[in-house]
Design a protein around this ligand. Structure first.
Ligand SMILES: NC(=O)c1ccc[n+]([C@@H]2O[C@H](COP(=O)([O-])OP(=O)(O)OC[C@H]3O[C@@H](n4cnc5c(N)ncnc54)[C@H](O)[C@@H]3O)[C@@H](O)[C@H]2O)c1
Length: 253
């Protein structure tokens, strides 16, 4: 099960954190992987790690808020690997700030990266996937996305972007089902990555947060990557338009 040999995957925001874990996990199942992010050198390092494990990978500099760069990189990846089967829309920023102080520029920047970027990557990927009548698009949202009761102070723009991803996922799933493309979202809980480390959450606040998580610990990137592998595989063929929370039970409380 979960065999991805002959499949080609592109992961955004893959130089570190969860995106890197997704790239390594998909490559481990046999996929050829396009590792993309804003820093080419770090993407090259991830691609080199995949190749040293016997996999196939190529690195590309791609800013997801730049539509022409998206078009160019997808074209280059398809030229290199011959097709496009799996997109993991993972790139994102957090940038916590009081809702009273968020500027128009800050709002636009976050929405451009977290939401607009996911849409235009999905659009470009779907055009390629439609050629083979098979595709898997996996959009990374968050438990902080509305409806499930996890609002975060300082995250009005972030939460708006992540809620938008879930709504967009449902629409794309409906539109592209006939093209053989499934579109699903993953809502991670608190996962140990540089994003969480950069947020400088105090030990007290983190302890309080983890108290609310039945599994009583922060998640690992690999635990989210396992869901990515499943959703990327043939075995998830009857699942589309869904959101899966990988949160240690947080939402069950
Ligand atoms: N860590 C968590 O607890 C958590 C929880 C829920 C959701 N998420 C989401 O998971 C995803 C991965 O986050 P992470 O925790 O691994 O953080 P991270 O900061 O390690 O990874 C995010 C990646 O996105 C890249 N990125 C930022 N701006 C970009 C742009 N304009 N174009 C392309 N790439 C860009 C960064 O360079 C980085 O490599 C994000 O979408 C994040 O919102 C994280």
């Amino acid at each position: 099960m979960f065999e991805l040999k002959d499949k080609v995957a592109l992961i955004t925001g893959a130089r570190r954190g969860m995106g890197k874990a997704h790239a390594l996990a998909l490559a481990n199942q046999g996929a050829k992987v396009a590792v993309t992010d804003i820093d080419l050198d770090e993407c090259e390092e991830v691609a080199a790690e995949i190749k040293s494990n016997g996999g196939h990978a190529a690195a590309f500099k791609m800013d997801v808020s730049n539509k022409s760069e998206i078009e160019k990189v997808f074209d280059e990846a398809v030229k290199k690997f011959g097709r496009m089967d799996i997109l993991v829309n993972n790139a994102g920023i957090y940038a916590p700030k009081s809702a009273l102080d968020i500027t128009e520029e800050e709002w636009d920047k976050l929405i451009d990266i977290n939401l607009k970027g996911e849409f235009f990557c999905a659009q470009k990927a779907a055009k390629e996937m439609a050629k083979n009548k098979w595709g898997r698009i996996i959009n990374i949202a968050s438990i902080a996305s509305g409806q499930v009761g996890v609002g975060i102070a300082g995250g009005a723009h972030y939460t708006a972007s992540k809620g938008g991803i879930i709504g967009m996922t449902e629409s794309l799933a409906v539109e592209w089902a006939g093209l053989g493309i499934t579109v699903n979202a993953i809502g991670p809980g608190a996962i140990d990555t540089p994003m969480i480390q950069d947020a400088q959450i105090t030990k007290e606040a983190m302890d309080g947060l983890l108290q609310r998580v039945p599994l009583k610990r922060i998640g690992r990137s690999e635990e989210v990557a396992a869901m990515v592998v499943f959703l990327a595989s043939e075995e998830s063929s009857y699942i589309t338009g869904a959101t899966f929370y990988v949160d240690g039970g947080w939402l069950a409380v």
